[in-house]
Write a protein that binds this ligand. Structure first.
Ligand code: NAD
Length: 306
């Protein structure tokens, strides 16, 4: 099985490293030339739970020629259309695209490039950091749940889950992955933009009475839109998952804080709170908290000239 990692940043390195170590045929694709050059010259440096440098194949997407069995897309959400356009040369009739991005609505983008039967949607709680070009920090553990968008892709979807699981990634096929995607999106939707705008850690947001009030309004909005979309989730489950995640990650800054405040990079806001706002608009549901948070994050991006 030839597996491409399309987007070899923090998470791409996490998945690709495990798959490579488990003996799979893995090719890493990326657009960041400095990162590719470092990996070609010195190998991919891994620190964290293990310290080693592995020799892996990394190239630009347009340089790849062998037809893929599976492509795991792990770019940031706003980079997805560009990456899907660039990998068309390696996507065959049966190539499966596994999407593990945070956020909502990626299936609508993927459907513009590949048939539904070849799309696997998933969600992961693994964590990773790209320390610099050619260097990823991989620590802790996580899970992956995935499902084929179309029933006809289920058998191969199960095989892909098995390959990931055999690589130590705790992956399994799930017959209703959408609620899991939504509850993870609710975690990101409550903590990412708020902590980035307030410049605070997750525990500081949750220790604040006003912060908690905002969190609860955001959960309401995610829940109402999810239900209107036919997602099988309860508000209680969503709120519990947000609370559990806030306790586990209490001492951390969420990834949007790292992107926006620490690294001055564009955020995935349009695919988190922004997605709930635009879905809400289409469904006739008011989502004023998601709308305002999306605008504030965009305003911050423009203040920072990102
Ligand atoms: P990332 O920013 O590390 O990498 C995404 C892309 O940006 C890669 O192509 C990478 O090479 C490029 N990039 C990174 N730093 C760059 C720089 N300084 N200059 C130029 N290019 C640069 O993103 P990620 O954290 O791997 O996230 C990928 C997806 O996985 C996102 O949807 C994210 O929300 C999701 N996710 C991430 C984590 C995590 O812990 N990192 C956890 C769960 C889900």
């Amino acid at each position: 099985m030839l597996i491409y990692i399309a987007g070899s940043g923090a998470m791409g390195c996490r998945m690709g490293y495990n798959l490579h170590k488990a003996g799979n045929d893995v090719i890493f694709l990326d657009n960041w030339q400095e990162h590719i050059d470092c990996v070609k010259e010195n190998g991919l440096k891994i620190t964290g739970d293990v310290e080693e440098t592995v020799q892996v194949e990394m190239m630009r997407p347009e340089e790849a020629t062998r037809e893929a069995d599976v492509v795991i897309v792990l770019v940031k959400a706003m980079q997805l259309p560009e990456m899907m356009g660039k990998i068309q040369g390696i996507v065959g009739e049966n190539t499966k695209i596994l999407c593990l991005l945070n956020g909502l609505g990626h299936e609508d983008v993927l459907k513009q490039y590949v048939p539904e039967k070849n799309i696997l949607l998933g969600v992961t709680i693994w964590l990773a950091t790209l320390v610099g070009p050619g260097h990823a920090n991989l620590a802790g553990t996580g899970t992956i749940f995935l499902q084929s968008l179309d029933k006809s892709g289920e058998e191969v979807g199960r095989q892909v889950a098995e390959v990931l699981d055999n690589a130590g990634l705790n992956a399994s096929y799930n017959e209703d992955v959408m609620p899991l995607i939504w509850r993870k999106a609710a975690v990101n939707g409550t903590m990412n933009s708020t902590c980035a705008l307030l410049d605070c850690k997750i525990e500081e947001l949750f220790a604040s009475e006003a912060g908690l009030k905002i969190v609860n309004h955001i959960i309401d909005e995610f829940y109402e839109v999810a239900i209107a979309e036919g997602v099988n989730v309860t508000r209680e489950e969503m709120a519990e998952y947000v609370e559990e995640s806030s306790i586990k990650a209490a001492h951390h800054y969420p990834s949007m804080h790292q992107d926006l405040v620490q690294k001055n990079r564009a955020t995935e806001i349009d695919f988190i709170n922004g997605a709930v706002y635009s879905k809400g608009q289409r469904l006739g549901i008011e989502t004023p908290y998601c709308e305002l948070l999306t605008e504030l994050v965009h305003a911050k991006e423009s203040v920072l000239k990102i």
